[in-house]
Design a protein around this ligand. Structure first.
Ligand code: IVH
Length: 700
């Protein structure tokens, strides 16, 4: 073979020509190897061809990405067959702290009764991929299976055969039956290229190299697996007819001699101190490895001792995984995006320059809220430390201030909703504390909240529009037919406009009758109880009870609206709201925010053209029981409890459930018990149901 020209002396054109020729050559070898089982060159020569292509691609990036597309697989199978593992594939116990490693060594020694004397372990990276068991009979690869539940996995033989690094025939003199186990994984560079390709093709993008490896291996069509650059490290075994070594590290040596890839960072250790030192060394190299690892695995080296130690439940007593802690990485904060939740909460999301953190590519992180941004002084353009722990949403830990660009300025959190432009406010609670969350007040018109608001508007205790359930609302919203509550009432008119192309009755799932019923249900709600209507608007802190209080107090929607729209802080109108029994400042503020927001005003005008809330008899503030706290107890004979309660409230009384110092009046019927005793103790006036009716002018 003539010596190839050194890569750095090639012109781009020469590189392209050679690259093309090599790819064709490799493809031809692949077909002979995979499909005809008749290779014409040695594995070493084949590997040299691939290495040359890799080197060309590294020097001439414009050639990249084609090499791994060159192993051809078998025809697709219908579905994976199941494979029962001859020896179960178990898992490992985890430890995190150095002391746990010492405890592991001490435990092993205790179990073996080996207080002193030499005891060797191996320490090797824990690869973050998926485990696979590959069976060789007389040196030939006959079957490969995933771990599955540990006892039964899936037959992925055809796919594993496409992995260049896994020999179809073992070298040297392997045992007759030899089941090798190890990890299939994907390298970072290949992962990035694969995702780019996937994205360009509009296909699924993988979250991390592990998922990409698993997704690639578990393809029904092995020609797809063949196009995915997978790699393998052998570290364990299943059924073996005759052991080629008596130690763990000896087995690794045997794997290597059979032509199987093994991890070069596997060492022998003689104490917990050694093991921890190796763990630190691997941790320090982690970022440069080019593939994901999530810890270091320690194993008792002597296989006879392994056998004595055996297993507890589904993990070996002779091995343990020393996991890395939650990982951090630094990257650049490109932007802060404000997302509006379904309830109007504005949530800041950090848009990051993508970075791999603990094996996952992270491009978004939570910033929690406005105060958090201010506290950490996070600015757009900053270099930030991102952390991921387990499955939680990545977080910004801190800013690397030394790297802050010269012209940066503190982040100003928006005071209007990015989805609808309405004012966004932070509430102040009863204790005067400002809510950490800023909320959009444009509830009626905000597209981010629309579906949720419409659902609430139509729900049973609100407008109760039959035929407009969650599914229908979502459907009409998506079709653009109902965006706001007022749209519900113009739906029929729009649907019946002459010349309309797409009628509701022509949509799947709607027929002539269901459309007619829907329109009838909507019509029936053009007139609605005032309290229901107020509740339906979804004003913050205005639930059913407060809606009833407001309806009773104001008697009409217009009266309510007028006062609320004028209820700026410290105004007379705000004072009136505060004086309504049961309405505190938090509710008053919610009302003011809602009615003052101009976007809501316009929608309310539209809605009022469609719907007529029935006026309610307003509460009398001059009644003899106005402002009094009343407790009903015992059986009432002329009124139901609910009627008595509603009536008392209409007259401006507050109805309480138990007697206390604040109680002004107890109305007692037959069978009244402890409440009566309590009233007597506190010297509270007790009257009968008839007395009550007389007092409020309903008696006789
Ligand atoms: S030894 C009987 N060594 O970790 C236990 N496992 O949590 C045999 N893994 O399912 C496993 N790297 O997928 C071993 N160097 C390594 C490993 C490793 C990754 C995975 C393997 C296993 C899981 C256990």
């Amino acid at each position: 073979m003539t010596q190839p020209t050194p890569i750095d002396q090639l012109t781009a054109r020469q590189a392209r020509v050679e690259h093309k020729r090599l790819i064709e050559e490799i493809e031809a070898h692949d077909i002979r190897y995979h499909q005809e089982d008749a290779p014409i060159i040695s594995d070493a020569d084949y590997d040299a061809l691939r290495q040359r292509v890799e080197a060309l691609e590294a020097a001439f990036p414009e050639l990249g990405g084609t090499l791994f597309a060159t192993r051809v697989g078998a025809a697709p199978s219908e579905k994976f067959a199941k494979v029962r593992h001859a020896v179960p594939m178990l898992s490992l116990g985890n430890v995190f702290a150095d002391e746990d490693v010492e405890e592991f060594v001490a435990r092993v020694r205790r179990f073996l009764g080996l207080a002193e004397g030499p005891l060797a372990f191996t320490a090797e990276p824990k690869i973050d991929g998926l485990s696979c068991s590959i069976r060789y009979v007389r040196g030939e690869l006959v079957q490969a299976a995933t771990r599955g539940d540990g006892f039964e996995g899936e037959d992925v033989t055809a796919n594993v055969r496409t992995i260049a690094e896994i020999p179809h025939k073992l070298h040297g003199a392997p045992p007759e039956i030899f089941e090798v186990r190890g990890e299939i994984y994907m390298r970072h560079v290949d992962f990035a290229t694969l995702n780019e390709r996937q994205m360009a093709a509009g296909e699924k993008v993988f979250a991390n190299p592990r998922n990409a490896a698993a997704g690639s291996l578990r393809q029904l069509d092995s020609t797809i697996t063949a196009r995915r650059p997978l790699h393998f490290f052998a570290y364990a075994w299943g059924e073996v007819s005759e052991m080629p070594a008596t130690t763990q590290h000896g087995m690794i040596g045997a794997f290597k001699s059979f032509g199987l890839p093994v991890n070069p960072r596997t060492v022998q250790c003689h104490s917990a101190k050694d093991m921890i030192a190796h763990y630190r060394a691997i941790e320090a190299q982690r970022a440069q490895l080019g593939y994901d690892i999530d810890g270091v695995v320690y194993k008792v080296d002597d296989l006879a001792l392994q056998a004595r130690l055996g297993f507890v439940s589904r993990s070996p007593r002779w091995a343990v995984a020393h996991k890395f802690p939650a990982q951090q990485a630094t990257t650049i904060l490109r932007d802060i995006e404000i997302q509006v939740g379904r309830t109007g909460a504005l949530t800041p999301v950090a848009k990051l320059e993508p970075v791999t953190v603990g094996g996952v590519v992270v491009s978004n992180a939570t910033l929690h809220n406005e105060d958090e941004i201010a506290r950490k002084d996070v600015r757009i353009g900053d270099t930030v430390v991102v952390q991921r722990a387990g499955d939680v949403i990545p977080q910004i830990v801190r800013v690397v201030e030394e790297k802050r660009p010269a012209q940066s300025h503190a982040y100003a959190f928006p005071e209007t909703c990015p989805a609808c432009g309405s004012l966004a406010v932070r509430e102040i609670d009863d204790k005067g504390e400002v809510d950490a969350v800023r909320r959009c007040t444009g509830g009626l018109i905000c597209p981010a909240q629309a579906v949720e608001r419409l659902r609430h508007f139509c729900s049973r205790n609100a407008m109760d529009i039959e035929g407009l359930g969650d599914k229908q609302i979502e459907f009409f919203f998506e079709k653009g037919l109902i965006k706001t509550p007022a749209d519900i009432f113009t739906l029929q008119q729009r649907d019946e406009e002459p010349g309309r192309m797409q009628r509701i009755r022509n949509f799947e799932g709607f027929g002539e009758t269901s459309v007619r019923n829907l329109f009838a249900a909507i019509e029936a709600r053009r007139s609605v109880a005032l309290n229901r209507f107020i509740f339906a608007l979804g004003i913050r802190h205005v639930g059913e009870t407060n809606a009833r209080r407001l309806a009773r107090h104001f008697g009409s929607f217009e009266a309510l609206r007028k006062v609320c729209a004028a209820a700026a802080p410290d105004s007379e109108a705000r004072a009136e709201l505060n004086n309504i029994s049961g309405i505190g400042d938090v509710v008053a503020e919610g009302l003011a925010d809602f009615f003052i927001e101009p976007h809501n005003e316009a929608e309310l005008d539209r809605l009022m053209r469609e719907v007529t809330p029935e006026p309610m008899e307003a509460v009398k503030t001059d009644s003899p029981v106005a402002g009094k706290t009343v407790v009903f107890t015992g059986a009432l004979e002329k009124l139901t409890r609910d009627e008595a309660k509603a009536q008392a409230e209409r007259l401006g009384a507050k109805v309480a459930g138990s007697v206390s110092k604040k109680t002004d009046l107890v109305v007692a019927g037959p069978g009244a018990g402890s409440k009566l005793t309590k009233a007597a103790e506190l010297g509270i006036e007790v009257i009968s149901e008839d007395d009550w009716l007389a007092r409020i002018g309903e008696g006789g």
